[in-house]
Design a binder for this molecule. Structure first.
Ligand code: ADP
Ligand code: ASP
Ligand code: MG
Length: 462
């Protein structure tokens, strides 16, 4: 069971989480808990680390540290009602916070922030949260131990900020956690892990979903439960369309497509480990545990709803590459994509018309400048005549396995958009036919989502 940042947002909520876990354990389940940082803490750590490196102001670090300490002590007080346990937890918090302060002051003096230091600093959110949740369980009379990701056995590549688990992880986690399951509830820090040299890495923002899935796969758990502040995986982001409804059952592939296409509800890799052993994943609302939530499974019987959900990706940009010289020239696309890969550019979507005179690529907005620079450098002379860019873009995707081999879905999508006067800039459909995605200007993205949500009747209760 993983609990997200809002679920463990303060001490009272942590206590609720501990009670919930106890309740499931008392019903005869063996449980591992994975915790996020308290809501907002990871963002605050990252912001402070950047400021420290830019301004070098140690006084701001001191202020931040005092505030962080106060927040976590308060959470511990609220979550733990045993003086002895509270003292131990507070001592651990103080120790961690001292280390963090030293690191931030070091960054002030150095005036630089490497990817490795970013991971180190951001790891403190989870490292401060886990001991509190563990203490809260203990104070309810449940035996518990807390672990960092590395201590639990998650060993990753060196890709700081976006590390991936190495295969050895699965046997290590099993070896370390399995023997404890009948005697206690292990509490593991989500999001963070270690590389082979024992240096802290992170699995990417929202990575505690991934941690839970890795641990679930390693232990061959019966189910992996991701507890959040929403009623499940919804038909679209409820923050954009209030009529969004929870999806009762969805397939692994659909859930992955949704998370690739911007549905912030799941970490994009969170489903991969679950697939290894076909472990069902449940997404539930911490604040409404009585609701069924969403069940993510291998095969979803072809349901009547062709379209399951609509998502939107913001902060992306469009690059258009054109030139008559591209027509019939073999290897242009390969060169474009190799160049972008070497420049470390994340590609969101691609489309090439059969005239071959034009390739359109959507990339993360943060990667736009380096992407354009790399393409221009690669094609200095010839073939490509023009490279244009547009930052004012959002990608909307319509997802559902039922779309495969169902004629007319694209017609309905673009018909509805046309009637609503939404201009479509670029279109792409993978041959898996599990999604249709398209780019629109940023201002029209919300309208596009609303229109399609209504067109496919997603607002109706299932
Ligand atoms: P966690 O507590 O695990 O970090 P998140 O906050 O990452 O949970 O995930 C829930 C958030 O994802 C919600 O605030 C919601 O606005 C957003 N979201 C975007 N798309 C969807 C979707 N299709 N279904 C549910 N939530 C979504
Ligand atoms: N705390 C991390 C983040 O905010 C990981 C997570 O919550 O899943 O990204
Ligand atoms: Mg998240």
């Amino acid at each position: 069971m993983k609990f997200g940042g809002t679920s463990v947002g303060d001490g009272v909520r942590m206590r609720h989480v501990a009670e919930l876990a106890k309740e499931y354990r008392d019903r005869g389940n063996e449980i591992v808990l994975v915790t996020s940082a308290l809501g907002g803490i990871t963002d605050a750590l990252l912001k402070n680390a950047c400021e420290a490196s830019e301004t070098g102001k140690t006084s701001s670090v001191n202020e931040f540290i005092a505030d962080l300490k106060e927040k976590h002590h308060k959470a511990a007080r609220e979550a733990i009602n045993s003086t002895e346990i509270l003292e131990n937890v507070n001592a651990e918090i103080d120790l961690r916070i001292e280390e963090l302060e030293k690191a931030l002051i070091g960054i002030c003096y150095l005036g630089e922030l490497t990817m490795r230091s970013v991971d180190y600093i951001s790891s403190y959110g989870e490292r401060l949260a886990a001991p509190i949740l563990c203490g809260s369980l203990q104070s309810l009379g449940v035996s518990s131990r807390s672990f960092t990701g590395g201590e639990a056995g998650i060993v990753t590549t060196d890709e700081y900020g976006n590390a991936k688990p190495l295969d050895v992880t699965y046997s290590l986690v099993k070896e370390r956690l399995e023997p404890l399951l009948n005697e206690c509830i292990p509490v593991v820090c989500g999001f963070i892990a270690e590389n082979e040299a024992g240096i802290i890495t992170t699995l990417g923002r929202g990575g505690s979903d991934f941690t839970a899935s890795i641990i679930g796969a390693a232990l061959k758990a019966n189910e992996i439960w991701l507890w959040k502040e929403v009623d499940g995986i919804m038909t679209t982001d409820p923050a954009i369309v209030p009529e969004a409804r929870p999806i009762p059952v969805i397939s692994y592939i659909e859930a992955m497509e949704l998370s690739y296409f911007g549905a912030k509800v799941l970490h994009p890799r969170a489903i991969e480990p679950a697939i290894r052993h076909r472990i069902p994943v449940r997404v539930k609302n911490t604040f409404h545990p009585e609701l069924a939530g969403t069940l993510v499974v291998k095969d979803e019987k072809k349901s009547r709803d062709i379209v399951k959900a609509v998502t939107v990706i913001k902060k992306v940009a469009l690059i258009n590459i054109s030139g008559a010289g591209m027509v019939g020239t073999i290897g242009v696309a390969a060169r474009v994509f190799t160049t972008l890969a070497n420049a470390g550019v994340n590609i969101v979507m691609i489309s090439q018309g059969s005239s071959e005179a034009n390739i359109s690529i959507v990339v993360d907005e943060a990667h736009l400048d380096k992407a354009v620079k790399a393409i221009k450098a690669e094609f200095k002379n010839g073939i490509i005549r023009e490279v244009t860019q547009d930052r004012n873009i959002a990608v909307v995707a319509v997802v559902g396995a039922g779309m495969a081999n169902t004629p007319g879905v694209a017609g309905r999508v673009f018909g509805a958009l046309g009637s609503a006067q939404v201009n479509v800039i670029m279109i792409s459909q993978g041959s898996s036919q599990h999604n249709i995605s398209f780019a629109v200007s940023e201002e029209t993205a919300k309208k596009a989502v609303e229109v399609l949500h209504r067109e496919f009747g997603l607002e109706h209760q299932k």
